[in-house]
Design a protein around this ligand. Sequence first.
Ligand SMILES: *Cc1c(COP(=O)(O)O)cnc(C)c1O
Length: 379
Amino acid sequence: MTPPAQTPDGDNWLLTPGPLTTASAVKRAMLHDLGSRDHAFIALTQRVRGALLRIANGNAAHTCVPLQGSGTFAVEALLGTLLPRNGRLLNLVNGAYGRRVTRICGLLGHQCRELVEAEDTPINPAQVDRALAADGAITHVHVVHCETTSGILNPLPAIAAVVARHGRALFVDAMSAFGALPVDMHTPALHAIAASSNKCLEGVPGISFVVSRTDALAAAAGNAHSLSLDLHDQWQVLERNGQWRFTPPVQCLLALDEALRDLEQEGGPAARLQRYQRNCSVLREGMAAMGFRAYLDAAVQAPIIVTFLLPQDPAFHFDTFYAGLNRRGYVIYPGKLTGRDTFRIGCIGRIDEGVMCGLLDAVREVLTDMGMKLPLGNK
Ligand SMILES: *Cc1c(COP(=O)(O)O)cnc(C)c1O
């Protein structure tokens, strides 16, 4: 066996939906202590908020509110703060992250109606149109931009256009899209998006954030069900004195600041998207050549994470496959679909097509070690 392929920092490559392989400079940026009330930290917070707002094409009518915690914290804070208690949500679901929103609404006691689509099918704007026409009590719509469960891309602009035509407001979980796929706060009906530091932004985990229309946030005073997840309060304190309400993840923010500089240097989200698209097509083509079947049609695949069906061959054991790749320096991810046996390989993080080619070689080796013949003969 060839020695394991490792990152410049001696770790395995993380081909997962996050946390991801990050640049050395991003990790090195964390080797400092900063007081959370210090002017340097206040300036850092402002800089990062500004950079995130610019990525979302926000202006003076929008604001970015960072929050301690993983991405789900921001989704829950968004729903708890921006969905009024007497609001009614239409939740567009084609995967586990959409289902999570329903669960959050249940815990918050918010009215939530699901429009469910199959996990391999994008949300259909015409169905959203019918659902909104049929239920005038719906005030807000929620959609997941890239459903990381399968890796499918939902047609955000077309959905937003329908929501706008009905005069309702749109929330977007842009978690696995933000920083690569375009997200524009000027999209009609779009009130707020939630995302986090450790996906396409290529920072370390620990910070989530909401970019919101300022008027929507201002109108949400007193809505929140929770002190720590009160976006309005977090925003007010940040605006008043530049400080986070509670202990901020200082080193995460230092890393995110560096990661945002990296993103700009790469050429911004459009350039990053191109790198991810290249990773994704090298991966899909290489796996197809070995006989693996991708779960999604290429036409609906976001270049974020690819789901593959488990080979039907009785010689194939996922745990052996996973461990063999791990020993060779590549960490992949189990599947998350309901009712299909799958695994996933991520295209995001500080990785390029060279890493993807190395992974494909490792897959070939591991399959051979398992006694399987290539290409796989699964139907
Ligand atoms: C990663 C992700 C989240 C948040 O997950 P956390 O584990 O809380 O960071 C939410 N929605 C989508 C679509 C995601 O990909």
